[in-house]
Every structure is written in structure tokens, then in C-alpha cells.
Design a protein around this ligand. Structure first.
Ligand code: BES
Ligand code: ZN
Ligand code: ZN
Length: 455
């Protein structure tokens, strides 16, 4: 089984995790080999120690120093592709959070997006370290892999229809209920902005709705499912359009998180909403200066058809709010401004609840899923008020673009609310995080949920 630990009864090779300069913690015969080889325990180094007959006696992975380890994550897991193919067992004493990171990193290091190429050969496997919840780590890895596959699949094979299929498959796997509102049915069902954004595509827009669980607080996740973002009539230049298959990264990430929540059987009721559309161009495309009336009744002046995410999310958030959840969380590849602010590695998030914000930040640090709080800065509310309508979807100037987008979304939610403006993409390969689609914020949220919802 992919992304799972090796059967604990299989014979496993001892794997030592060695800090820089600590090769004296290796068995004596291995220390000599380490010296011969120049293995010092530097971060990312690996060492395979043979017996006289050429079989594997033990192995080691360099763990560097605490200071250097802060520069990244999943350094132990990276050994999965560097060591000879075998089954390993970590024998060094690591604190539990580091063991969990090592174990998850190992599973995720084995991920490659191979839908369109011949799959690579086998990689080394790991017996689940003692003292961690192996099942939990496997479910988290599976959720993350789902997110990555959905983002990496190009828009030709991941349009609104295929996203619906993936949504249904996930729901089916967890006996969740699904409701879908498709195409022109969005108008009588009162999702005018989802329809307006998606109607110019030959691939019909839709609203995907999943419900799971029968008791506990209601958590509603809303994910931006723009399967491709051309920018619409305000068409993006080629350089900005190049990555826009990932504009359903919010949907992919909430689906990954939903898999984790349902797979672990958290004691809550879950609803997942995904407005799935393609922001395309055709004679019936919505235009700059159009004024749309949203599901909530607020009118929105379109000042840029490329600010489409907040439009489809607004209608979905209005629906989310209608059954008064304990918490609404939206995740979206919403603004370039969020990237300028914090770069590709962190998930900026917004909430009015200081306690919840610190729970998320602490949880994020525990599970190596970095986040950073940005403010719902009220003085900027005026920037999203155009005068000619209730709201402006794209304030001119672009100052505080991530904040004004978040303020726009907040106008549609009265329940407790948290919003993540994620990138969904890893631009440079790193341990356990190959270049390409990547989940951001989901693991931090999973870790924080017991506190956020008092489970
Ligand atoms: N999907 C983009 C945002 C985006 C771009 C995310 C690049 C990640 C990487 C979104 O729909 C968009 O185009 N937003 C505009 C809004 C602006 C027109 C107000 C942006 O951020 O430039
Ligand atoms: Zn856009
Ligand atoms: Zn977009």
C-alpha cells in the first residue's frame, strides 16, 4: 500500500538519526565506516553501513543542528529516496513531535505525481516509530496526497466535472452525502455569482456540497474551486496564467482536510462546499463594470474579472452561513498579494478570534505547517465600497490586496469565521515536498480543531 508504514513484523534495518558531530552515538563498527565515508551527521547526509558480506547492517541520517533544522522540515523523511531500498526502523530517541514529522515526512517523500509518466521504482519503507499514532499519520499523508494529486492534474483533466467526480469519490469513501447544483440550475437556486463567473466556460459551473457526521459541532469548509483561471475578460498575461491549474488549490486542500477529519472520525459534523468553475472567456462572459447581485443580496461591482475567487466564494459562504455552523473556514488561492506578503511557504490566515488565532499558530508550529495571521483591518473596509454598488471586487491600487479580499469575504459570513489565503504550490523541491501542488494549512487546522471546536 502506498503512503503507509511497513508491516512492523518485517525485519527492519536500524536507522540512526545523528546530529552534526555526534557519530559517537552510532555502534562502534559503524563509526569507522562513517569516518571513512565522511559522514558527520550534517543535515541531509545519509550513510548505509554494510556488513562484511555486503548486506546492510544499519544506516544513519544526518540531522544537522537545531538551528539549521529551523530552515526547513522533513529532513529525516528525505532519506527515503537516498538510502538503499529496504525497510528501516528509527532507533534514535527523538521527541514525539519530531518522530511524527520524521514518519510523515517519510511517507510524503515517496509521493510523486506520476499520472502521465511511468511510475518510478520502489523506495525505502519505514516501520512506524514506536510511540506515535501511526494510523493518524497515514490518514494525514493520504489527505495530503489527495490534495497534491488534485492540484497537479492539469485543467484538461481536472475541470469542474472531474472535480465533482473527485468530490463524490471522497464522499463515497466516507459515506458522506453529496448534493450538486449544476449549470443553469444555479440561477433559480440563487447562486448568481457562481453562475456569472463560470458561465463562459464550455464546462458548466457547479456548487458541490457534502455533509458528514451526525453529532458534534458543525464545521463548514469552503474551498475555491476555480479549475482554471484565465482572468476572464481581464485576461491574465501568459506569465501569470502559467500556474492557474492550481486555482482549485483551496478546494483540493479542504478535500484533503476533509479526508483527514472523516478518516480519523473526529466527533463533529462536517460540511464541505466547493464552488467549482472555470473562469473562461466567451461572448457571455461577465464584464468589468457589471454589477452582480449576490445570493446574500449584496450588490458587487466587477472592477476586474480576475478577482473571481471572492465572487464564487461569497455565494458559497452565504450558503455556509445559513445553517449557523460553529465555525466556517474558507481556503483559497485568492490573491497574488498574499504571496508578495509571505512568499510561497506560509499560509496567511484571518480571524477575528484572538484565542483561535493563537491556537492555530501553535498547532501549526507543532506539525511543521507554517501559517501567519494577517488582520481583518477594519479601516480598509472603505476600500471595498465603490459607491455604485455595495461592494467592489477589485479595489484599484491593490494596496493590502490580501486583506481587502478577506474583508470582502467576511461581509458574507456572520458565524465564527477563519479564512486562509494559500498558495497551494511548492515552487522548489524540498524534502517530502516535491515541486508542484502541496497542501497548506490543512495539517495545522487538523491539529487545532480539538481546541477550536472544544471537541
Ligand atoms: N487566482 C488568482 C490569485 C493568485 C494568483 C493566486 C497567483 C496565486 C498566484 C486570483 O483569482 C486573482 O487573479 N487575483 C487578483 C485579484 C486582483 C485583480 C484584485 C490578484 O491577486 O492579482
Ligand atoms: Zn483571478
Ligand atoms: Zn483565481
Amino acid at each position: 500500500m502506498p503512503f503507509t508504514f511497513a508491516d512492523p513484523t518485517t525485519p527492519a534495518v536500524d536507522l540512526y538519526v545523528i546530529e552534526t558531530g555526534s557519530i559517537d552515538t552510532l555502534p562502534e563498527f559503524a563509526q569507522k565506516w562513517a569516518q571513512t565515508y565522511g559522514f558527520t551527521g550534517a543535515l541531509g547526509q545519509v550513510l548505509a553501513v554494510p556488513r562484511e558480506d555486503g548486506t546492510l547492517a544499519c544506516a544513519a541520517v544526518g540531522y544537522g543542528t537545531a538551528l539549521l533544522r529551523k530552515r526547513g522540515r522533513f529532513f529525516v523523511g528525505a532519506a527515503a529516496r537516498k538510502l538503499p531500498v529496504a525497510t528501516y526502523r528509527i532507533v534514535s530517541d527523538l521527541p514525539r513531535p519530531e518522530l511524527e514529522e520524521a514518519a510523515l515526512g517519510w511517507l510524503l517523500e515517496t509521493y510523486r505525481f506520476d499520472r502521465y509518466v511511468k511510475p518510478a521504482g520502489a523506495v525505502a519503507s519505514l516501520v512506524a516509530p514506536k510511540g506515535i499514532d501511526a494510523k493518524r499519520i497515514e490518514v494525514i499523508a493520504a489527505g495530503e496526497v489527495l490534495t497534491r494529486d488534485l492540484i497537479n492534474t492539469p485543467a484538461s483533466d481536472m475541470g469542474p466535472f472531474e472535480l465533482e467526480e473527485a468530490f463524490r469519490a471522497l464522499a463515497h469513501a466516507h459515506q458522506a452525502e453529496v448534493n450538486v447544483i449544476l449549470g443553469d440550475d444555479l440561477l433559480p437556486a440563487n447562486f448568481p455569482m457562481i453562475h456569472a463567473v463560470g458561465r463562459a466556460s464550455t464546462r458548466e459551473p457547479r456548487l458541490l456540497d457534502m455533509r458528514w457526521g451526525i453529532k458534534g459541532p458543525l464545521l463548514t469548509l469552503v474551498g475555491k474551486g476555480v479549475c482554471f483561471d484565465t482572468g476572464g475578460l481581464n485576461i491574465k498575461p501568459g506569465s501569470s496564467m502559467g500556474l492557474m491549474k492550481k486555482d482549485m488549490g483551496g478546494a483540493a486542500t479542504v478535500l484533503g482536510l476533509a479526508h483527514m477529519i472523516m478518516g480519523l472520525g473526529l466527533p463533529l459534523r462536517l460540511r464541505v462546499l466547493v464552488p467549482a468553475v472555470e473562469n473562461g472567456i466567451d461572448g457571455n462572459a461577465f464584464r468589468p463594470q457589471d454589477i452582480l447581485k449576490s445570493r446574500k443580496g449584496l450588490t458587487v461591482e466587477i472592477n476586474n474579472t480576475d478577482a473571481e475567487g471572492r465572487l464564487v466564494l461569497a455565494d458559497a459562504l452565504t450558503l455556509a452561513d445559513e445553517d449557523q455552523p460553529a465555525l466556517v473556514i474558507s481556503m483559497a488561492t485568492l490573491t497574488g498579494a498574499a504571496r508578495v506578503a509571505v512568499g510561497p511557504d506560509m499560509s496567511p490566515f484571518f480571524t477575528d478570534d484572538d484565542v483561535a488565532a493563537s491556537e492555530v499558530s501553535l498547532a501549526a508550529a507543532r506539525v511543521a505547517d507554517p501559517v501567519w495571521r494577517l488582520p481583518f483591518h477594519e479601516p480598509y473596509e472603505a476600500m471595498i465600497e465603490p459607491g455604485i454598488a455595495d461592494l467592489d471586487n477589485a479595489p484599484s491600487g491593490g494596496f493590502a490586496g490580501a486583506i481587502t479580499a478577506a474583508l470582502f469575504l467576511r461581509r458574507f459570513v456572520e458565524s465564527p469565521y477563519m479564512h486562509f489565503d494559500i498558495y497551494g504550490w511548492n515552487p522548489t523541491a524540498a524534502p517530502a515536498r516535491p515541486k508542484g501542488g502541496v497542501g497548506m494549512g490543512a495539517r495545522a487546522l487538523l491539529e487545532a480543531l480539538p481546541k477550536l471546536l472544544k471537541l
